[in-house]
Design a binder for this molecule. Structure first.
Ligand code: SF4
Ligand code: SF4
Length: 76
């Protein structure tokens, strides 16, 4: 299971999650969402579920991080 789910319809493409991720797991694709933004994509890789992408995202509901053992949203 992916540790991070990005809801493409809620993303405004600000790139904060891309810049903050220490593992380079997130990128911005070329597709456009219904809001007219190129949206972020989670690419798995070495994600350690640190939650930084969740905390930095200004859009409520755009990013969900799942801990490996609990599958709980961060913060619970
Ligand atoms: S949880 Fe941490 S390592 Fe995983 S994508 Fe988000 S910022 Fe990157
Ligand atoms: S921080 Fe949030 S709004 Fe900004 S690109 Fe990432 S998912 Fe989209």
């Amino acid at each position: 299971m992916d540790r991070v789910v990005i809801e493409s319809s809620e993303c405004k493409g600000c790139r904060l999650c891309v810049e903050v991720c220490p593992k380079h797991c997130i990128s911005i694709g070329s597709e456009i969402n219904k809001l007219g933004y190129q949206f972020a994509r989670f690419e798995s890789g070495d994600c350690n579920a640190c939650g930084l992408c969740y905390y930095v995202c200004p859009e409520p509901g755009a990013v969900t991080v799942f801990k490996e053992t609990t599958s709980q949203r961060v913060p619970a």
